[in-house]
Design a protein around this ligand. Sequence first.
Ligand SMILES: Cc1cc2nc3c(=O)[nH]c(=O)nc-3n(C[C@H](O)[C@H](O)[C@H](O)COP(=O)(O)OP(=O)(O)OC[C@H]3O[C@@H](n4cnc5c(N)ncnc54)[C@H](O)[C@@H]3O)c2cc1C
Length: 482
Amino acid sequence: MEVERPEQFTNADVILGGGLCGLLLAVELATRLRQSDRKIIVVEATGGEVPRRDLERPFRWLRLLGSEADYNHPTQPCEALAGRQIMWPRGRGWGGSGRINSMIWFPPTETDIANLVDVLREHDGDVPSKLNSALEQAKSWIRPEPARWLSGSGRLFLDAMKDADQCQFAAYDRLNRGGRRWTAWQAVSELLQQNPQAGQGLSFVRADVHSLRIQDGQATDLVWADRSTSRLDDDCQVISCLGTIGSPTLLQRSGHQVTGLGENLHDHLIMPVIHGTDSDILTDDVTDARSLASWQHSGAGRIACNVAECGGLDPDQRWQLHVTPTDYLRFPNSQRRGAMTIGVNVTQPKSRGRIRWTADEMSIETGYWNDSKDRDQLLAGVHWVRELVSRSRLATVLGAETIPGAKRTSDAALIAAMQRYTQTLYHPAGTCALGDVVDSQFKVRGLNNVRMVDASLLPKPTVGNPTATLAMLTCYAANRIA
Ligand SMILES: Cc1cc2nc3c(=O)[nH]c(=O)nc-3n(C[C@H](O)[C@H](O)[C@H](O)COP(=O)(O)OP(=O)(O)OC[C@H]3O[C@@H](n4cnc5c(N)ncnc54)[C@H](O)[C@@H]3O)c2cc1C
């Protein structure tokens, strides 16, 4: 299965990037192979080894940030956030960012579907129903799981919010299998076991890609990080699934110019509202025999906690909440006391940043709050969280608000706190937007044999967490490409 990188690719779909979209696309294409000698070759970066317990146990995912499995990209200091430099985690190794993410399954909303239909309908009819079928197809690989354990804080929050006006807060479904992290690599394993014939067309290469050599609109060679090359025969196509940062920089390093490349970068920025609680301090280093046995035998118990356990949208879908039974700013490092974090983010930020590759260096400008309406809407979101707390049982059960802090009441003080404490929600996307850089057949504009399928395609932010929408888009793309 895993092969050396070839000197020449012949009669192959060469998928660059073995993350969520790359691997799902590979299994989807493999099941549709019409020519028995056509090959699908997936190339994933080297490295990314981390302890198995950190990968498998949902509760330990925050330990993966900054680890070998995380590119941990530095972004440019952001003036709007008081000059803070925010690090952007992105996953490395088979499964990509799905190896280090917080495993929330959030189904695409009508807005998400509409945003894609807008750009896909140019070359296709009845896109909404095709996207819905693609979502079912994606779910058949992923099979998202209901939460197998909910902390006291999670239960308290959901119970207190039962009567919140038209909000549908719930425990999030998980990208888990039996209480363990699911990555798209599992889809590959399943395909190989259940449909070995389809699996025969697949092979996997571990190598770091630098760029493409391009002549007259045709990618002729793959250039590796050590600058050696592999020839791409005319019957090959390259499909970049290198992600929001990897895909635009691949084209930039290749010298390909297309309007909008690296622009339109969007991300969700989350503001934690933290309260002390009387509950126990939760640690992700669970060692008691009972919890270990419960998780090992039935995938249940504390170890199956994904930290960002529950939440949901307000009725107008302006904000999403993520509730954790921890002090999110300290966890998994030592916490002084029990805490509950209610993180709030604007679902459809208008601000845009960009990624550039110049003089062998990458620069990520996050663009946070370039449009000041995003800041104002986040501020309104913090007020909304305070209102939800004060109008519910939480007001009597929770301790004082520590972040932004009960004493911060004026908008100016709250904005100062937001500048200091907001965090990425890890959803950067949009840098090779569908309709601009990539056409509705998933072809990179100006190139005959290069396509792209990954988070860089999303023209607008997803309303909630993006994996479900991306998995749907990938299965739709497989139908178009096969
Ligand atoms: C910490 C974190 C938490 C998140 N939490 C959630 C969540 O709870 N729910 C949710 O829906 N979404 C979540 N996300 C977002 C979600 O994981 C991503 O949107 C999704 O994985 C993106 O898929 P992708 O295929 O575009 O990119 P990726 O999955 O990142 O795949 C890109 C692949 O390309 C490879 N690659 C890049 N450059 C090269 C190169 N030069 N050579 C070879 N290979 C290369 C990478 O190693 C990687 O495997 C989270 C993300 C992170 C980082």
